[in-house]
Design a protein around this ligand. Structure first.
Ligand SMILES: [Zn+2]
Length: 139
């Protein structure tokens, strides 16, 4: 077992490649399964491929932002990662969202996505990640 000194995450292998965030992120990820953490790392890598992002943890979620926040990781389970993408339009015609819900008191529709495999980051999902990212760059 190896614990990265900058983010406090624990790994099987020394110097294992991972997203190295600050300690707050490390706290959020503490105790999560290696499988879920690999999903998390794949998701962050995918966002980084789309464009520069920053993210930070609150008590209940990880907020992902470009210029402004555009995505939320609301749950990291035993073998999944739940991501929420807010859009002004409900994209009902999709294969990837489990739930679309109007956020009370706003005109945002939260699109709920559950990643269960790295392969779930498919073309359709990536297209929505890009759409969300574009919104994250709007000022
Ligand atoms: Zn680290």
């Amino acid at each position: 077992m190896w614990i990265c000194s900058s983010c406090n995450r624990a790994f099987k292998h020394n110097n294992q490649a991972h997203y190295c965030g600050d300690k707050t992120i490390g706290d959020f990820l503490a105790g999560k399964s290696e499988f879920s953490l690999s999903l998390f790392d794949a998701l962050i890598a995918q966002f980084n491929e789309i464009g520069p992002i920053q993210f930070y943890a609150t008590k209940s979620m990880i907020v992902i932002a470009a210029t402004v926040r555009f995505a939320y990781i609301i749950n990291i389970g035993k073998n999944f990662v739940d991501l929420v993408l807010p859009f002004k339009i409900a994209y009902e015609d999709n294969l990837c969202f489990r739930k679309i819900a109007l956020v009370p008191g706003s005109d945002d529709y939260n699109h709920h996505l559950r990643l269960m495999f790295v392969e779930d980051l498919n073309e359709e999902v990536i297209s929505y990640l890009k759409k969300a990212y574009d919104n994250g760059k709007a000022i």
